[in-house]
Design a protein around this ligand. Structure first.
Ligand code: PAF
Length: 309
C-alpha cells in the first residue's frame, strides 16, 4: 500500500511523517521543487507536544514537486489532500486526474465547503472521503513540524455504499496505527457543516483582531460578535434544513478554550501574507444566505474585511 500526500504544509508533514514512521510507504507532492529535494535529502522531523521527536529517514519516503508530469511509479491506494482550498485550481485538478485511478481513495482535509464538488467533477468514479481533524500543527521548516497536542480525526465517506464505509474504517485503523486518535463518522455531511460554522465564527475574528483562539472569549464585546456569527449561521442552516446541534454556540466556545493558545489557520495565513480560506468559509455562507434572502450582516462584513486583508 502506498499513500500520496498532496501538500507538505503543517498537516501534510504531520500526517505524512507519522504515517511513514509507522511503516507505510509515503510519497509527498510539494508545491516547490526545493521542498521535494530537501525532503528527499533530510527526511522529516516530527516533534510531539511533549517535545519528543521522531526523525523519519529519507529512505522511508519519497517526494516530488506537484507538476504536469503526473504519476511517478505505482498508483497510490490512498491520496490525502492536505492542501488549502485556494490551491485547488485547474492545474491542481488536472494533476490529480492524472494521478488518481478509480481504485485510489481520496481523503479531503480542507476547511470550508465547495471543494468536494470540484474534485468530484475532476475525478469521476474516484471515491471521496472527508477528514475533519482537530489536529493542530506548526510547520517549523520545510522538513519539520511540531504537533500542538493530540487532536481527533473523523473520517467519513462522501457517498453511500458498504464498501465506502468499510474502506473508511480501514483508513481509521491506518491512522490509529500511526499514533492518531481517529474515528469513523457515519454522517460526515453533518460534521462538515458543524466544522464550517466553527471555522466561520472563530477564524475571521482571530484574523481581523490578531488574537489566539482563547482570547476571543476574554470580553463580552468579543463574545457578542461570536454569538452573532453563530446565530446568523444557524439561521442559514435552518433555511436549508441542515441539521445542527442545539448547543452549537457552547461547542464553539469549547473549541476556543481547548485550542486557546492556537493561532487559527486563517490568522496564520494572514500573518504569512498568504491567501486565506475566507471565500470557502464565510463566503460560502454569504452565498447560501443571499440565495434565500436571509440577512447575514456579520458574515458579509467579516468576509469583506478578511478579503481586504
Ligand atoms: O482553522 C483552524 O485553525 C481550526 O480549524 C480551528 C478549529 C479554528 C482551531 O484553530
Amino acid at each position: 500500500m502506498k499513500i500520496d500526500i498532496i501538500g507538505a504544509g503543517a498537516l501534510g508533514l504531520l500526517f505524512g511523517g507519522k504515517l511513514a514512521a509507522s511503516g507505510v510507504p509515503v510519497r509527498f507532492w510539494t508545491r516547490t521543487p526545493e521542498q521535494a529535494a530537501k525532503l528527499n535529502k533530510e527526511g522529516i522531523r516530527v516533534t510531539e507536544a511533549d517535545g519528543s521527536t521522531t526523525v523519519v529517514g529519507r529512505q522511508r519516503l519519497e517526494a516530488f514537486p506537484v507538476g504536469k508530469s503526473g504519476r511517478e511509479g505505482e498508483t497510490a491506494e490512498w491520496m490525502l489532500l492536505t492542501i488549502k482550498q485556494w490551491h485547488i485550481d485547474a492545474g491542481l485538478l488536472s494533476f490529480l486526474s492524472q494521478m488518481a485511478e478509480t481504485e485510489t481513495k481520496v481523503v479531503c482535509f480542507q476547511n470550508g465547503i465547495g471543494h468536494l464538488e470540484l474534485i468530484g467533477k475532476a475525478l469521476p468514479g474516484v471515491p471521496l472521503y472527508t477528514a475533519i481533524t482537530t489536529e493542530g500543527a506548526k510547520r517549523m521548516d520545510e522538513c519539520s513540524v511540531k504537533r500542538a497536542g493530540q487532536g481527533t480525526t473523523q473520517i467519513g465517506a462522501n457517498g453511500d455504499g458498504a464498501n465506502l464505509e468499510s474502506n473508511a474504517e480501514s483508513f481509521v485503523k491506518i491512522l490509529e496505527k500511526a499514533g492518531f486518535t481517529a474515528l469513523l463518522s457515519k454522517d460526515i455531511g453533518r460534521e462538515i457543516y458543524r466544522k464550517l460554522l466553527i471555522n466561520a465564527v472563530i477564524n475571521p475574528l482571530t484574523a481581523i483582531w490578531r488574537l489566539n483562539n482563547g482570547q476571543l472569549l476574554e470580553n463580552d464585546e468579543r463574545v457578542r460578535l461570536l454569538r452573532q456569527l453563530c446565530d446568523e449561521g444557524l439561521r442559514i442552516y435552518e433555511a436549508y434544513g441542515i441539521p445542527y446541534d442545539d448547543d452549537m454556540f457552547d461547542q464553539i466556545a469549547a473549541v476556543c478554550r481547548s485550542t486557546a493558545s492556537n493561532v487559527s489557520s486563517m490568522l496564520k495565513d494572514v500573518q504569512q501574507g498568504m491567501p486565506t480560506e475566507i471565500d470557502h468559509i464565510n463566503g460560502k455562507l454569504v452565498e447560501m444566505a443571499r440565495r434565500k434572502g436571509i440577512p447575514v450582516p456579520g458574515h458579509e462584513m467579516v468576509w469583506r474585511l478578511v478579503r481586504a486583508l
